[in-house]
Design a protein around this ligand. Structure first.
Ligand SMILES: *Cc1c(COP(=O)(O)O)cnc(C)c1O
Length: 437
């Protein structure tokens, strides 16, 4: 029924392979549920007949340590939220320099929802979000009955246009949710200043921003009220599904912990640790947003390998920046000197004179067996947001124009030098120039 095609590690659709067991099956990219990276949706499905084997748009980098830890977790008998989640939270706090509460959750969407809820945002309130993002950034505002207010992005970074935030502030505005698009930090100094001036909370959607820094400080350790990371399969640290809510606000941390697990005032691991006391009380209609220890088992080792994985992404980004520079493409900005870009994404934009449409470039790369995606079709072009918030493309000229020219190239630590060469060569072929090598 579903027309989603899953590609095996030899590049053939898995449906063609009757003898494969689940145990042996691998799903390059593992792209299956969110962020628009769904084959046949935003992501261009690969042509399984092409040679050499298709290069997927994204693919998690899972090492033997992650695998062994998941096996240990399974053998331990504690699969749900327990010691590995506690360790992952502690390690994540250490990674950010300590002094923060880290609350593991089963997705960034859950973490954003918990943050918005914990700040008491509700019906009648407004929250400022960039229009050029994944729908989760705005949908959590709806979860609590509030209204997102969309702001266009800056032409260079495609991050929220700081100069347009104040015009969107009204007496009903309660918070701003900036998104560090592709992994390049927003101007957090300016955003925090505006927030202070208008008494607004700042909740960073840091789904792309591990390990990103702003002015030398890691995202998650700045002065905002909360920061939320995603560990979805395509992100820079992947646990399958997962996320982390980070805050320095003790009240918010307490509320989020309770709401993460059914509004129960003690978590299940606490009850277990304190001698199996069965007693608990429900103090609010909470959610089921806790992370599993199986996912945390993966996360523990992904975090240890984060710097190594990031170095590889950086190398790939440098190769693209150097060797695509002579093509009619607008390349993503580097972080400022001394700062880190996470390079979760490498979005390029065709320039006016490219003589090729975005869709033609996507098709040309797909014909060469290269998976791509588009980040994003802006929210104002999606029927739900367009109609429920009465949004028109003219209101968001930068995002609208960017969308028409955008293609995200593959960038992930499992890519070999040959993979990188192949993407660069295919871009040169598509754009009708020499192969720039
Ligand atoms: C991936 C993503 C999310 C959602 O993350 P999940 O962990 O899948 O819930 C939110 N915002 C942005 C910008 C994302 O890319």
């Amino acid at each position: 029924m579903g027309k989603r095609v899953r590609i095996g590690d030899n590049g053939r659709p898995l449906a063609d392979r009757r003898t494969r067991t689940l145990r042996k099956t691998s799903f390059p990219g593992g792209i299956d549920a969110s962020d628009g990276d769904v084959p046949g949706h935003c992501t261009r499905a690969l042509d399984p007949g092409s040679h050499p084997a298709p290069l997927p748009f994204a693919r998690p980098d899972i090492g033997e340590d992650e695998i062994a830890e998941v096996v240990s977790c399974l053998r331990s008998g504690w699969l749900g939220t327990g010691p590995r989640c506690a360790q992952f939270e502690a390690d994540f706090a250490t990674h950010l320099g300590g002094d923060v509460a880290c609350i593991s959750v089963n997705s960034a969407t859950a973490g954003l929802h918990l943050a918005v809820e914990a700040f008491g945002i509700g019906p009648g309130d407004e929250v400022i979000v960039p229009v050029h993002t994944f729908t989760a950034t705005a949908e959590v505002v709806r979860y609590v009955g509030a209204d997102p207010v969309f702001v266009d992005v800056e032409p260079g970074s495609l991050n929220i246009d700081v100069s347009k935030i104040e015009a969107a502030v009204t007496p009903r505005t309660r918070a701003i949710i900036p998104v560090h698009y592709a992994g390049l930090a927003c101007d957090m100094a300016a955003i925090l200043k505006i927030a202070r001036r208008h008494d607004l909370r700042v909740i960073e959607d840091a789904a792309h921003a591990l390990p990103t820094t702003f002015n030398g400080t890691r995202i998650g350790a700045l002065g905002s009220d909360a920061t939320v990371f995603s560990f979805y399969v395509t992100k820079t640290l992947a646990t399958g599904e997962g996320g982390m809510l980070v805050t320095r606000n003790a009240e918010v941390a307490k509320r989020a912990k309770v709401m993460r697990l059914h509004g129960i005032n003690r978590d299940v691991f606490d009850r277990y640790r304190t001698g199996g006391n069965w007693y608990y009380e429900v103090i609010a209609p909470g959610f089921k947003y806790n992370l599993t220890d199986m996912a945390a088992a993966i996360g523990l080792h992904q975090l240890r390998r984060l710097n190594e994985m990031h170095r590889r992404r950086q190398q790939i980004a440098e190769a693209y920046l150097a060797r695509l520079a002579d093509l009619p493409l607008r390349l993503p900005l580097r972080a400022r000197a001394g700062d880190l870009h996470s390079w979760h994404l490498f979005p390029v934009r065709l320039t006016e004179g490219a003589g090729l449409s975005r869709d033609a470039l996507v098709d040309s790369l797909a014909a060469a067996g290269i998976g791509t995606s588009v980040h994003y079709m802006p929210l104002h072009l999606h029927p739900y947001w367009r109609d429920s918030c009465h949004l028109a493309p003219e209101g968001f000229p930068v995002s609208t124009a960017a969308y028409e020219a955008l293609v995200s190239l593959p960038i992930y630590s499992k890519m070999t030098d040959e993979d990188v060469d192949r993407v660069i060569a295919a871009c040169h072929d598509a754009l009708g120039r020499e192969t720039g090598r």
